[in-house]
Write a protein of this length. Sequence first.
Length: 267
Amino acid sequence: MSVRDLSETVGEGGVNDLDDVFTVQMLLNQVDSAAGGPSPLLDVDGLVGPKTIGAIRWFQNVQLGFQDGLVEPGKVTFNQLKGFFRSPDAFPDPLVAGDGAVKPHRLVYRDVRLIGNRPAGDTVIEVDVNTPLQWFLDSSADTVAHTADRVRLKLMAHGAPAFVQFCKENLFTANLPLLAVLKDKFAAGVDLYSCSAAFIGPGSSDGNVFCYSMAKILNTYVRASTAKQLYSPGAAGSGLDFGRWEGTVLTYDPTGRVVNVENSPQF
């Protein structure tokens, strides 16, 4: 995994595009406080306020000897920040890990309301509007119990900010505690392939809260996008073709922190 490049300036007097701010806040949080990182950590919310600008200034002061409070694409502050990036272990870049690296067991659940052909995976299970969520809890735990490799859950379903149309009950912030029985099961992380699941919205539709809550409850990394997702249903005999993610993709670590921001990575 690599760091998403900035499209515009971030900070004091900056353009402060939401996705760019996500990136800068995430990178600042990966800097130890002794090296100029924020304490306490910033909320990765895409919004620039006194705390984010102060964190930029403090980082610049410690690392670079100046503090204009502005992070510019391709310039010294952003380049210095990128040096502190730590890629989440749950989602290794295959170009870095190499062909010989141990790959996780891909456990794919697809809600068939997401129209298309059966997707590819090591274990593929399909559910519908009549499937109780408890069946997902039981069947996924059973799959993990009988799999020697680390398991990565790929959840494919329609959705909206902080909402996934999955099984009879669906998934939303209020019922995420039901997933607690799956804590520590998905050691290789969760890919939440659902439209705008991580999009920040008001109240109960805040995808940021939804995703970091899921990561904390499952005690694993969760990856989700802020944007609508496009896919091809696939031809007869071939599975759904998801291609690349659309939009900005956030990775949350088991503590709920955003630890990576990507732009249209491969699914």
